[in-house]
Write a protein that binds this ligand. Sequence first.
Ligand code: IVH
Length: 683
Amino acid sequence: MKSLSADEASFSMSGREDYEAALARLREASRAYYGDGDSPVDDTVYDRLRLAVLAWEDAHPAHVARDTPTALVGDGAAPVGDVAHTTRLLSLDNVFDPAGLVTWGASLQRRLGHEPVGGFTVEPKMDGAAIAARYRAGRLEQIVTRGNGTHGEDVSHVIGTIEGLPEQLPAPATFEVRGEVLFTQQQFETANEIRAAHGAQVFANPRNGTAGTLRAKDRPYRLAMTFWAYGAVELDGVALADPAATHAEVMAAVAAAGVRTTADTPAGLHVVADLAEAQRKVDEIAALRPALPFGIDGVVIKADDPTEQAAAGFGSRFPHWAIAFKLPAVERQTVLKDVVWDVGRTGVLAPTAILEPVDIDGSTITRATLHNPADIRRRDLHLGDTVTVYKAGDIIPRVQAPLVDFRPDGAREVPLPTACPHCGGEINKEQERWRCAKGTACALPALIEYAAGRDMLDIDGLGRTYVKALIESGAVTDVADLFTLTEEQLTTASGSAKRGAKLVEQIETARSRPLNRVFCALGVLGTGRSMSRRVAAHFGTMDAIRGADAAAMQEVEGIGAEKAPVIVEQVASLAPVIDKLVAAGVNMTEPQEPKPAGDGPLAGTTVVVTGKMSGPLENTGRSEMNALIEKAGGRAGSSVNSRTTYLVCAPSANGKPSSKAVKAEELGVTVLTPEAFAALLAD
Ligand code: IVH
């Protein structure tokens, strides 16, 4: 079987033969979507294929295949069981843009014969599997999959493994709740760890894993999933809510009974008056997507009022009173061509996947991160594999898993390096993240350049070329050597007596930089600029840092049980370099900043800075801005999310707001000009 890349999938159908071939592809893809195996196409290609088939069928009504999957619930591909549904479990029709939503609104109005007046609900479209769960007298008795909409499979064996769908409710209610079961990102990671430990293939994505887990009855392990309800119907003639209840009220009744609903997700369930307001909520939920702990593939808009729902009615596959606003896929399939290894400035070997270019949500992805060798093996990645690649918001794309069904013959496991890819030396494999045995010395030029940088020792004029010359001449073997360089050595390296003299002056000034910058310049694993500031502020002196054990290191905010021993070990291994720095008279203390009155004007806030500063903050670099924020009691963040309080950002010169400004606007984060922020600090 061959997987289909997005580019191969151009679906212009000129004749009946093309149409039938497209139907065959659609059937194969939907079988995989609802079943256990890998899909030959990802959601984007699937949607395109489906739309092309629908367009052809529209244009050639006399030639529509009698068994076309487009006329069936779930494209007729889900395994059909023998449990009859109480009432049909339907799917949703899709729109892909605001114009589509307007068109849907017009068709709803036509069906009602008047403008809808009962309002709409807006809620996330969770990307999992639909189930119906039957409660009798408060006890969860049966779980049934959607199947073909009229009959589904009994999957009651998963009772007790689904968060949000308790086995026993506090009150003896009888009703059937309908909703989506899925793996949250966290549950997905855990599920794959458990599967890898049992020698099972890791799931390619959470949805695919959910479908497989619902069907697998005899696994030697149980995997936790989560449920959110999006509807309820009567069971044994008993209804949970008043028949006149709106959708939002039904959901509130379900929640009151003790079952989790879409309203309990961070995206929430919103009641709005009209579709213009619904569109704004769609945009808000779409903006939240990267921060949600589970996958959504759209937003669902429903007429809230039961009378209007009844008047709009149902089609054969979906209700006319609800619509899914599909969001662009954040996961695509592409081919893993190669894996390249770099050595970071701390000596860590970092793998990067080289991919067949693929478009994800508007950007072309050719590289994605991989974690470490153990993880590569856990995921059983082979070169040439079709892999799922995930990218959401600002997050760097990452490779999730191979689609083993499409592994080409003779594909070989991703080779792991046998020597340091940078210096050719030995590799330290003690931890999951492999490192060059030489540690920071491996990437010496990068490390020295980093150490001399503006936010660390700030040795103006000591750029890449001179650093390289100093290392090649043997004058610099570590950071400390910078402080014992002679004017002659600097003159030779820079090729000019004037430059040599200037560098001597600069190095002299660098000797008295605060401890946080000196510590940062050491390149200790896991200690960037912000963390170095916290470590230096916490301990005050280099001696105190050196004396800290893992427990003491964990007292620094942001250093957990995993990171602490690594930092302690690294500091110990840098003892000779630190001793040399001390001997060279480099400052080893952190100036005691007077604590701001109270907790400071930014206490309890998270501030993100972007772009050039202006006004009183002109020429203030990012690191200095972060220091200012922390001094004023705030936290410096790097990306705009729901926890961000302020975005500091100058108005854009070209009128086009930065992506961070757009995100802030979407999330309702307060945007401050550098001038306004300076005034806030002055307060
Ligand atoms: S309402 C009669 N609401 O999406 C109403 N469905 O692609 C039918 N889904 O089959 C469903 N989140 O499995 C509804 N908030 C939500 C949903 C949702 C996910 C799933 C559901 C449905 C599929 C259609």
